[in-house]
Design a protein around this ligand. Structure first.
Ligand SMILES: NC(=O)c1ccc[n+]([C@@H]2O[C@H](COP(=O)([O-])OP(=O)(O)OC[C@H]3O[C@@H](n4cnc5c(N)ncnc54)[C@H](O)[C@@H]3O)[C@@H](O)[C@H]2O)c1
Length: 258
């Protein structure tokens, strides 16, 4: 069990749906939480709500120096014991996601590269900076120094129609998880990923609960609704607390398949 009560936790996208729910759970366990996001208002309000030394650090996940600063802030608060990497990012330069759109147009390399940068390169970068900080921690009695949780998607397993770049990026997150765990094992750092199905987060904007249920909730086999971000946070907490969870990506999807 990672001693989160005497440590800090970094949550990228910490002001978001999954990130906010996770920040709340880790703070409730005593962690000093760094909310790393670009949503200033939501991030600051959450830091105030959490208390216990929680801070909002404006962090652009597409910039390495910004990630480094967030990690540094967390490590200064207390030994960094958990990094939950669960950010979104800026939208791609053009619409679509099919390799050949319905109008016959080819998906641009710029679009593909943008999505890989936002969802995979940034996840690697945050992982590497967090691991570097954790490696400097005194090991706990269990020999553990920390845990890193990335966020994939079920789209990384079986693809989401019309979303080639997103599926590729999330497949990359799944692909790096076991190797990360092996590489970080000698340091006592675990690496895991969560692959969510369809969850009601800020990503779904202003759609009403009824519209969301009609459009997405109904297609989940059981339970027949979208996931609640706290169900993600519950799993993240379990991963932090359970030392034997390592090197794998856990689906959290109510049996949804695209
Ligand atoms: N919601 C779902 O159904 C679902 C399913 C599978 C995977 N995911 C993944 O979960 C992650 C989080 O998504 P969410 O659903 O909580 O969305 P969300 O919109 O609720 O949260 C994303 C957060 O990322 C922040 N963000 C945007 N650009 C950023 C940047 N440049 N740097 C740092 N932070 C930035 C946003 O401000 C927001 O607070 C994403 O990687 C998404 O792909 C979501």
């Amino acid at each position: 069990m990672v001693d989160i009560a005497n440590g800090s936790a970094l949550v990228t996208g910490g002001a978001g749906g999954f990130g906010g729910a996770t920040a709340r759970r880790l703070a409730a366990k005593g962690a000093k939480v760094v909310i790393a996001d670009v949503a200033d208002e939501r991030g600051q309000a959450l830091a105030k709500e959490l208390g216990n030394g929680a801070v909002y650090v404006r962090t652009d996940i597409t910039k390495e120096e910004s990630i480094a600063e967030a990690v540094e802030t967390a490590a200064k608060l207390a030994p960094l014991r958990a990094a939950v990497i669960v950010h979104g990012g800026p939208p791609p330069p053009d619409k679509g996601g099919r390799v050949i759109g319905r109008d016959g147009s080819r998906l641009s390399l710029a679009h593909f590269a943008h999505m890989v940068n936002v969802y995979l390169n940034s996840a690697f970068c945050a992982t590497a900076h967090a691991a570097e900080a954790m490696a400097k921690n005194e090991p706990l009695a269990s020999g553990q120094r920390g845990v890193i949780i990335n966020t994939a998607s079920i789209a990384g397993f079986e693809g989401q129609p019309g979303q080639v770049p997103y599926g590729a990026a999330k497949g990359g997150v799944i692909g790096m998880t076991l190797t990360l765990a092996r590489d970080l094992a000698p340091l006592g750092i675990r690496a895991m990923a969560i692959a969510p199905g369809t969850f009601h987060t800020f990503a779904y904007g202003a759609m009403s609960a009824e519209d969301l249920q009609e459009r997405f909730g109904k297609m989940i086999p059981n339970p027949k609704r979208m996931g609640d971000p706290d169900e993600y946070a519950q799993l993240a907490q379990q991963i932090v607390e359970n030392d034997f969870l390592n090197g794998t990506t856990i689906r959290l999807d109510g049996a949804q398949r695209f």
